[in-house]
Design a protein around this ligand. Sequence first.
Ligand code: GBH
Length: 452
Amino acid sequence: MFLWGTATAAYQIEGATDEAGRGVSIWDTFAHEPGRTRDGHTGDVACDHYHRWREDVALMAGLGVNAYRFSISWPRVLPLGAGEVNRPGLDFYDRLVDALLAAGVRPVPTLFHWDLPQALEERGGWMSRDVAELFADYAATVAARLADRVPLWITLNEPFVHMAYGYAMGLHAPGRLLMTDALPAAHHQLLGHGRAVQALRAAGARQVALTNNCTPVRPASGEEADLRAADAYDVLHNRLFNDPVLLAGYPDLSAYTGHTGSLDFVRDGDLETIATPIDALGINYYNPTRIAAPTDEGLPFTDAGITGHPTTAFGWPVVPDGLRELLTGLKARYGAALPPILITENGCSQPDVQEPDGTIADEARIAFLDRHIAAMRQAMAEGVDVRGYFVWSLLDNFEWAEGYHQRFGLVHVDFATQRRTPKRSYHWYRRFLEAQKAGQNTGQHTGQHTGQ
Ligand code: GBH
């Protein structure tokens, strides 16, 4: 069965950050530091999903999705990251899983979507090798409770973004500015992933995946210097996180070994652990990247920006064919080593356009989703094995450093009242899913955004 779903993440929707025994995460700390997020927004309340989860499950049942990707808050389960389990935290996810199953929606939990327990940050965060092992222990704790009902698990969300934004550039929690010295944070996340795959299987999990956000990299020109820079960027963004998992080896990282000049944090046996077989590779796709030769010292590339395409409210270029390009490129690179793919996130931010009757007219989102689904199907027609597609996101939510200023939801959230209003895109997706069930629209462009 092809999985059609929506996706969210714990810190972006749950709120209730100081309730029922939850510990502090690095995102609580970061968002409360002055100047870190736009207008000082925090996830303290977010969508109040911790209290309104029944309503949110009902929204999904009404939508007709057969899968829901959410994340589990590590500090809600283990307030100090390790040691004592917070029962009410596990109970929350247990109830959510049961309610989803009762609604015919397959739960697809992600174990780490960037909200590391603060207590582990104090032990070095992902720069510390110990955290990889503690992540596997946490995975085992959650799976012991849920694996009897959860068929498919995702270990990490976007270890690239967590390393680059969190540890290299200081734009996300934990706000470190290590630049090229951030590589151990990549390695330890990947090691944690591999150890978690093993722990999940030991606890009875049937299927396990990792979610990477990948971008097709386009050189700014055919010049040798631009080609070399594009390759260096592809290494950092894509291959650093795919090669070890799928090929049990790192690409050439010499451009990024920073001050230490070595990969001495990689120990014997680590690559075998990281390459523990997975059942699917999750891909989050937003846009391609255009790369040119470096203009200053430091990094071996510059982002030249994609031109000639419309952009989302976030300013990200809308390039649906980039998804086809990405998927066929993965197949070309990894061949038989590439497991089935799940598109675990795809979507766009758009400002509210309220019509006089209160309807939220997000036609651009409908076109975005329709054209990306068509591009995914094109890649499938070209031989890529894709097994699922999840819209980011079910709800407007806390968009990290942008706070509540970027809205990605199929459902509008009025953050003053917590009122949820399905947007036009919600109804479009609902009709699209109905048509899927009726056996229509297989293998071709849906064309459903026309004639609304
Ligand atoms: C995901 O990250 C996250 O998993 C999710 O939590 C988040 O809410 C969602 O996406 C939306 O942001 O500079 O124009 O080339 C996405 C990671 C990193 C993808 C920045 C787009 C740059 C666009 N993003 N990237 S551009």
